[in-house]
Design a protein around this ligand. Structure first.
Ligand code: SF4
Length: 289
């Protein structure tokens, strides 16, 4: 495989064939993100992509899923992305699902019929970083989209038949807006009603603008117990018709996996127990991204 730069994928795609079709992220401006910093975004040449698909056809026969890397592969022009999905279908007929990262901008650039066409050609899941539903925080982290654009684009993906997995970031609003961030994020998640929600705890990445703000005293990191309170408020305000709300990433202090809506009440009770000191939190040294 012709891998370049940082290859990242969602935890749930650990066993997938990682097919890198773009390098970097077309936005690359979010203040907390260091994944592709300094990397110039580009779509990889077709011949390199075809060679990697041929490689997977020979050596990846036991992997049932494909994840299209990097940052927001959905940004690729429609016909080109369709050709890639067709090639996957033809050369890797055992693959049952293709996934990729998407953001509000790349979803906006695709018409509803185009998303449906991609879904019909094997695209099964899109992973979208919401981070927060609070407009003030979205602006300050330079996410490039408003909460209402996130809702519209998330719904558009769902209506096209794509499964949606949304990540949110505990601590991203700092101390002052923590409660607003938690409530607004719950509101936006409820409006999108995705199949999966993953709440990660913010970790500062050296060299990012957010880390520089922290060093200069312009951004306040909240304490683990405050993150847990934020998670509680967020979950309380999240009303999903089905799906999973989890916070079991390595960066989280208390692993949570709630099938919604039936396990929501019990999960809130578990968080309350932890807030009262009756459940142990993950020690700092065990946190790692
Ligand atoms: S958070 Fe996502 S959209 Fe923002 S710069 Fe990082 S990879 Fe790109």
């Amino acid at each position: 495989m012709h891998y370049e730069g940082n290859i990242i994928r969602p935890p749930s795609e650990a066993n997938s064939i990682l097919l890198q079709i773009t390098v970097g992220c077309s936005r690359n401006k979010c203040t907390f993100c260091g994944t592709y910093r300094g990397e110039r975004f580009r779509i990889k040449p077709d011949e390199v992509i075809w060679e990697d698909i041929d490689f997977a056809a020979r050596y990846c026969k036991n992997q049932r899923r494909v994840f299209l890397c990097d940052g927001d592969a959905l940004i690729i022009p429609h016909r080109r992305l369709l050709r890639i999905l067709e090639a996957i279908k033809e050369k890797l007929p055992w693959v049952t699902r293709v996934g990729l990262y998407a953001n509000a901008k790349s979803l906006k650039m695709k018409r509803a019929e185009e998303l449906k066409q991609l879904q019909a050609h094997g695209l099964g899941i899109a992973y979208m970083g919401l981070e927060t539903g609070d407009d003030v925080t979205l602006k300050s982290i330079n996410k490039g989209s408003t909460a209402s654009e996130m809702i519209d684009m998330g719904r558009k993906a769902g209506e096209a038949g794509l499964k949606l997995s949304i990540t949110v970031l505990l601590g991203i609003a700092g101390r002052h807006r923590s409660a607003i961030h938690a409530r607004e994020t719950g509101r936006v998640l409820s409006a999108i009603d995705p199949a999966y929600v993953g709440a990660l705890s913010l970790m500062l990445i050296p060299g990012t603008p957010l880390c520089q703000d922290f060093d200069a005293g312009r951004f306040e990191m909240i304490e683990p117990i405050e993150m847990l309170q934020e998670l509680r408020t967020m979950l309380e305000h999240t009303h999903l018709t089905r799906g999973l709300f989890h916070a079991n990433h390595a960066s989280n202090y208390l692993p949570i996996k709630a099938r919604m809506p039936k396990e929501k009440a019990a999960t809130l009770e578990l968080i309350d127990a932890a807030l009262m000191g009756k459940v142990k939190l993950k020690p700092e040294f065990m946190r790692a991204l």
